[in-house]
Write a protein that binds this ligand. Structure first.
Ligand SMILES: [Mn+2]
Length: 345
């Protein structure tokens, strides 16, 4: 089959994604068995869009397996059908196609056994890569869940309250509660339609934001003890020892970087986590001018302009210096650019 690639910066609900949507629906219509997966360490968008995709396939009369290399985070386990997501290291076909949601490559799933299948890539990251047989990358979609929603509409499949709840969760979490860049009028339109279709915004928000495991709060306490600010840069970190002492798991680290970013006067923030293999996982966030996806990309990672990540060599102290230096330089660059513009103006 010919590879179709669409990388668009389209506003949601506009129809310039007709070609990839039609191509995807054709493959779904012709096949029988599908595998739906997303990146390892699944977040709200990964879990919610996998579940919604699985529901779409089921409503089309297809068989869909959903597999993740890591377990579904506790706060998303109440989502309808979440117990149907299997945790595995290897998948076994046969499948007519594998649908990879918000991945920039097959490796991102950390699943083995995907290589021989037909790949469909649906992604909204700035760093999205057309690696698959069929690629639909919409950098302006607020979340991959929004793209799955468009598939429902194009397929003429009505949203059930269950599917609406899953997609609402992707919108809520990927916009940080309608806070991050990329939140626009159409995001609220989408949210409105999902609530009208039966998603309960209060119950979902309580499940996502008021169901924090104690291990996560203890870990946050450890991280906040390490909060530093220098001008417009803030950073915090946790060591392996902090992880052990808090009885924390990887998913407990989710969102800690936002506490650094929420500091007054701060424009860019980093969260560093020491990994067991003496490497360091870095999450980067920006409120404005600094493109952290560019920084992460240079260091072998990727992401969005305002939210990105990468993995550096340890020790933690060296990674800290390296990343703070990168952020200082990026801020200085952004300042020069805006001053340059002022001079011209
Ligand atoms: Mn996403």
């Amino acid at each position: 089959m010919k590879a179709i690639t669409s990388i668009a910066g389209s506003a949601p609900l506009r129809d310039d994604a007709d070609e990839p949507i039609a191509a995807i629906l054709k493959v779904l219509g012709e096949g029988e068995r599908f595998l739906v997966c997303s990146h390892a360490g699944p977040d709200g968008d990964a879990v919610g869009s996998m579940l919604a995709m699985g529901m779409l396939l089921k409503r089309m009369g297809k068989h869909a397996d959903m597999v993740s290399a890591d377990r579904v985070p506790i706060v998303f386990r109440a989502l309808p059908g979440a117990d149907r997501i299997q945790t595995a290291m290897r998948v076994h076909g046969p499948y007519d196609a594998v649908i990879l949601l918000e991945c920039d490559g097959v490796e991102r799933t950390r699943l083995q056994g995907l290589e021989s299948f037909f790949h469909i890539n649906i992604d909204h990251h700035a760093s999205g890569v057309a690696f698959a047989d069929l690629n639909w990358i919409d950098r302006e979609a607020a979340c991959v869940g929004e793209m799955v929603y468009r598939l429902f509409r194009s397929a003429g499949v009505a949203l059930t309250p269950e599917a609406a709840s899953c997609i609402y969760t992707t919108v809520l979490t990927d916009t940080g509660g309608f806070v991050y860049g990329g939140t626009r009028a159409s995001t609220f339109e989408l949210a409105r339609e999902l609530v009208a279709a039966g998603a309960d915004p209060i119950r979902i928000a309580q499940q996502v934001y008021f169901s924090t495991p104690i291990s996560k709060l203890l870990l946050l306490g450890a991280a906040l003890k390490n909060l530093h600010r220098e001008g417009r840069v803030a950073w915090l970190w946790i060591s392996q020892e902090d992880m052990i002492r808090s009885c924390a798991v990887e998913e407990d680290c989710e969102g800690i970087v936002n506490y650094a970013l929420s500091t007054a006067e701060v424009e860019v923030a980093a969260f560093l986590r020491e990994l067991e293999e003496k490497r360091v996982r870095v999450s980067l966030r920006s409120k404005g001018r600094v493109n952290v996806a560019a920084i992460a990309g240079r260091l072998g990672g990727g992401g969005h302009e305002n939210a990105a990540g990468c993995t550096l060599d340890g020790p933690l102290s060296r990674a800290k210096e390296q990343i703070v230096e990168e952020l200082r330089a990026a801020l200085a660059c952004a300042r020069e650019r805006s001053e340059g513009r002022n001079l011209i103006a």
